[in-house]
Design a protein around this ligand. Structure first.
Ligand code: SF4
Ligand code: SF4
Length: 87
């Protein structure tokens, strides 16, 4: 595999991506500890939940690194704003 680099991405563990799964999955992942917002299976989480794995194995084949970092961060911000608007 071509070296793809470490994705520069700051996750603050807000849990919003785990609370907004796409249909037909349950909206809130059953593996999310809703009290702590932490993944209860973090070390063995699915690859799709692993931002670095997805970058190296999927997105790097079609997307520029900086573009992917920016779009990932934008999605996180969008999820946080939606959650805040519902408070
Ligand atoms: S929404 Fe983004 S910042 Fe929040 S837990 Fe998920 S990846 Fe991290
Ligand atoms: S498995 Fe873990 S990281 Fe993946 S959506 Fe569920 S709680 Fe989030």
């Amino acid at each position: 595999m071509e070296p793809t680099g470490k994705l520069e991405f700051n996750c603050d563990s807000c849990g919003q991506c785990c609370r907004n799964l796409p249909a037909p999955l349950p909206k809130v992942c059953p593996m999310l500890d809703q009290a702590t917002e932490k993944c209860t299976v973090y070390e063995t989480r699915p690859n799709i939940c692993n931002v670095q794995w997805m970058w190296e194995n999927v997105h790097s084949k079609t997307t520029d690194k900086a573009v992917h970092e920016a779009s990932t961060e934008a999605k996180c911000i969008e999820l946080k704003l939606i959650a805040k608007s519902k408070e």
